[in-house]
Design a protein around this ligand. Structure first.
Ligand SMILES: Cc1cc2nc3c(=O)[nH]c(=O)nc-3n(C[C@H](O)[C@H](O)[C@H](O)COP(=O)(O)OP(=O)(O)OC[C@H]3O[C@@H](n4cnc5c(N)ncnc54)[C@H](O)[C@@H]3O)c2cc1C
Length: 389
């Protein structure tokens, strides 16, 4: 093997290493070079190359005194860690799944990592504003999405939480999860949001004992019971709409002097016989022993008491962005700051759906942003690969 090939190989340190097959190829080419003649010198060259490409002094050290067979085994094992994805999508709600469908159609090397499948779709119940469906529901939409993923041969790492993302010297990212570490050239953050809590006495103690954050999931347990919904926005009124044929009576405790939900929902819920709306009511305490039996609220500086068997908290969502603080810019509500094209403050990282600062949070918006992010990520990769060659 000539010096030209050494240059060629050393030159690789400036490129992003795309996948294991590329690395295996390099390794196999180097095998001959390494073990034909001047073994020590060449081993030193090789060791230097390893250090420069992987930024790993310990790995370079590890292989210097090993036999050919051992070296190849160590490196092949190590290379698995350097199997770099073109993009990793974090979150399998509508935003992440849309990005995945586009990634698959672009034949990208990608991975979805998600705690669950479906995200907030699981909580929605009836859906009447998703184009192409006059009326659908969470189950139908999830089933269709699942079969679309299957049709596109998309697999995901479900049940895995991303804990940390670290930018590498070569511009790629290390993604550390509850199970493993992955490497990617770009990232699409689609981690959505979780329910906001009341943070009042009794809430934590009664969690799972009559206080709930998902009417669709837990509503059926409250057949013929008196319940309270806390909130005055879309989620609260959608919960009321769902509970109307289940509960005996529904109080809606709204902390403002009017409801802020869509007009169509307000018209549907107000005036219903079973529903009593209490405005300017600030929930102050959850009551109960083995199970919730009431709540206290403040209204015009007076504390009042309501007897209820179930409490549905529907006061908004908190974006799941804690793990990227310090990596990308976040606004005062903890949403990831993005531009019109879903780029974050960090090159190569895009954010979409309810975790981003889109101001409006709907399925169609999250899906649209998922599509945009993937297309932008593909452009980013094309530029990056072009500069690397
Ligand atoms: C009760 C309710 C009713 C609604 N009704 C409607 C409606 O009728 N129409 C409408 O358009 N919209 C509705 N919405 C809003 C809509 O559901 C959301 O805007 C949309 O689902 C957001 O999608 P997303 O993909 O951005 O996030 P999510 O659906 O929240 O998905 C986020 C994903 O990220 C994963 N995740 C989070 N953190 C991590 C981590 N650290 N590591 C790995 N994975 C992680 C989660 O497990 C999840 O899979 C409703 C919402 C609620 C709560």
């Amino acid at each position: 093997m000539s010096d030209i090939s050494i240059d060629k190989q050393f030159h690789l340190k400036n490129r992003s290493i795309k996948n294991i097959s590329e690395l295996t190829f390099i390794l196999e080419t180097m095998e001959d070079y390494l073990y034909k003649e001047h073994v020590t010198k060449r081993k030193n060259d090789f060791s230097r190359w390893i250090r420069e490409v992987f930024h790993k002094r310990d790995l370079a050290k590890k292989i210097t005194k090993k036999s050919r067979k051992q070296t190849i085994r160590i490196l092949k094992h190590y290379l698995k860690k350097y199997d770099v994805y073109e993009t990793i999508i974090i979150g399998a709600g509508i935003a992440g799944m849309t990005a995945a469908i586009y990634a698959s159609r672009k034949r990208m090397k990608f991975l979805i990592i998600s705690t669950d499948f479906g995200g907030q779709i699981n909580l929605t119940g009836p859906i009447e504003n998703y184009p192409g469906f006059k009326q659908t529901n969470n189950m139908e939409l999830l089933t269709n999405l699942e079969s679309q993923l299957w049709y596109n041969n998309i697999k995901m790492n479900q049940g895995e939480d991303v804990k940390k993302i670290v930018k590498q010297k070569d511009g790629t990212f290390s993604i550390i999860t509850s199970k493993a570490e992955y490497f990617s050239e770009s990232i699409i953050l689609a981690t959505g949001a979780r329910p906001r809590k009341l943070n009042v006495p009794g809430e934590e103690e009664m969690a799972g004992k009559g206080i709930t954050y998902c009417a669709i999931c837990d509503g059926p347990l409250y057949k013929n019971k008196i319940v309270a919904i806390i909130g005055g926005g879309n989620a609260a009124l959608e919960a009321a709409d769902f509970l109307i044929n289940i509960a005996k009576k529904i109080y809606i405790l709204n902390n403002k002097d009017e409801l802020i939900a869509n007009k169509i929902l307000v018209e549907k819920i107000t005036g219903q016989k079973k529903v009593e709306i209490i405005h300017n009511a600030r929930t102050s305490r959850i009551l109960g022993d083995k199970f919730v039996n009431g709540l206290k609220y403040e209204q015009k500086n007076r504390e009042k008491h309501l007897k209820v068997s179930g409490i549905f908290v529907e006061i908004g969502r908190i974006p799941n962005t804690e793990f990227v603080k310090g990596l990308v810019d976040i606004d005062e509500d903890n949403h990831i700051k993005i531009d019109k094209q879903t780029s974050t403050s960090e090159q190569g990282i895009f954010a979409v759906g309810d975790c981003a600062d889109g101001h409006e949070y709907q399925l169609i918006i999250a899906a649209g942003q998922g599509c945009m992010a993937l297309l932008r990520a593909a452009r980013y990769l094309a530029r990056r690969h072009h500069h690397a060659t």
